[in-house]
Design a binder for this molecule. Structure first.
Ligand code: HEC
Ligand code: HEC
Length: 350
């Protein structure tokens, strides 16, 4: 008995020593490093923008500025406070399960961005590859070069952590260091702090309301072919996407500053039969991340779902390659409400 008490005292001591060494978040060193990088505004040319500015936890890791004002603010503002990109910022959560872009049968699957152009061919990990883009993108963080990015990291408070994670020579070769920057950010985006699986859907399906249950059944029938409700791609629970591409006929958004129509996947794979197709987005945290669709046309979730039910009143941005099983579902108004109620159960932090 004494022995057991003694052993458990040691264990307690050990545990407290361990919890002292590892910050209370319980993230691994590479995930902690990734979090520093994800939040560091010094990685933009004028110190105003980090990944988090456009992918904020309060907006389900999409753009909080747009989520607060989805009627007028549909695409993200760059670090310069003026430049705007041409697409709605998707969530950075749950993206880490997307495989490299590949043609499976006659369907493109995987990749990162609405059009799949971070295809995984550079780092064999589309999520890490995606992270290499924003710091150098003039419409986003607008840094001058990879050297400039690495110099900021080297002068940062977390420079030692970078060396701990990637080894003592980690800053010697800028190309290698820059790729590791992407890998660390991807590790954070995949960590439970971002990709947490803590929605009501995950935690308390037995407490679903009648409306949520009706919505789930309607979802299964009308949506799950694309927004898959089976666990796949190595995820522990459904991601509500099959990472395929479709043109659902979303209308052009006059607030988007780029010339429309946006060819989407067609430009990435140089195939006009894929024009107008965009990646099926995850619906996790969807209620927290208005506006909706690749160009932010729909300000509210209900408007988006109502469009998917009946698109007859809209002119598609690109009137080719439109998928048949969206826009003519014949659901009632209360069915649409139930679907929205179900989608609201997918918000993390229940
Ligand atoms: C100025 C706002 C802005 C900044 C800063 C920004 N992003 Fe994004 N992000 C976007 C937009 C807009 C898209 C969609 C672009 C597209 O599809 O062409 C996007 C797409 C993504 C995606 C793809 C998600 C998917 O499902 O395809 C990920 C992941 C992501 N960003 C992570 C990051 C990371 C990591 C950083 C920092 C290194 C970052 N973003 C910086 C606006 C931003
Ligand atoms: C044929 C495949 C397909 C089906 C079926 C489908 N969707 Fe989608 N959904 C998509 C694609 C592709 C997009 C992105 C289209 C775009 O932005 O142009 C999308 C976008 C959305 C969005 C906006 C997501 C965002 O991040 O902006 C919501 C919400 C949504 N779908 C819900 C549903 C619901 C609810 C159903 C069933 C009633 C459904 N979808 C059926 C393919 C599909």
């Amino acid at each position: 008995m004494k022995k057991i008490v003694f052993a458990s005292a040691i264990l307690t001591l050990l545990c407290s020593a361990v919890s002292f060494a590892v910050p209370s978040t319980g993230l691994t060193p590479i995930e902690i490093l990734g979090r520093h990088l994800y939040k560091d505004k010094n990685l933009s040319y004028n110190g105003t923008q980090s990944c988090q500015v456009c992918h904020h936890p309060f907006a389900g890791f999409a753009d909080r500025r747009n989520a607060l004002n989805p009627e007028v603010s549909v695409v993200s503002l760059g670090a310069d406070g003026v430049s705007k990109g041409g697409r709605n910022a998707p969530t950075a959560a749950y993206a880490g399960f997307s495989p490299s872009l590949d043609l499976v049968g006659d369907q493109w699957v995987g990749g990162m961005f609405w059009d799949g152009r971070a295809d995984g061919s550079v780092l064999d990990d589309p999520l890490a590859e995606q992270a290499l883009g924003p710091p150098l993108n003039p419409l986003e963080m607008a840094m001058a070069s990879k050297d400039a990015v690495i110099a900021v990291i080297q002068a940062s408070t977390y420079a030692n952590l970078f060396l701990t994670v990637f080894g003592p020579g980690a800053f010697d070769d800028v190309e290698v260091a820059y790729n590791n920057f992407g890998r660390a950010i991807a590790a954070y985006e995949r960590s439970y702090e971002v990709t947490s699986f803590t929605s009501k859907y995950d935690k308390a399906k037995s407490r679903f309301t009648a409306a949520e249950n009706r919505g789930m059944a309607l979802f299964e029938l009308n949506c799950a072919d694309c927004h898959s409700s089976a666990a796949a791609f190595g995820a522990p629970a459904p991601l509500f996407t099959n990472y395929q591409y479709a043109n659902i006929g979303a209308p052009a958004n006059p607030l988007v500053p780029l010339p429309e129509p946006d060819p989407g996947l067609g430009a990435t794979v140089s195939d006009s039969n894929q024009d107008g197709k965009f990646k099926v987005p995850t619906l996790r945290n969807i209620a927290a991340s208005p506006p909706y669709a690749h160009n932010g046309y729909f300000a509210s979730l209900r408007d988006m779902v109502a469009f998917i039910n009946d698109s007859s009143a809209y002119i598609p941005e690109l009137d080719r390659n439109i998928v048949g099983d969206v826009g003519n579902l014949g659901l009632s108004d209360s069915d649409v409400d139930d679907l929205v109620a179900f989608l609201q159960t997918l918000t993390d932090g229940y």
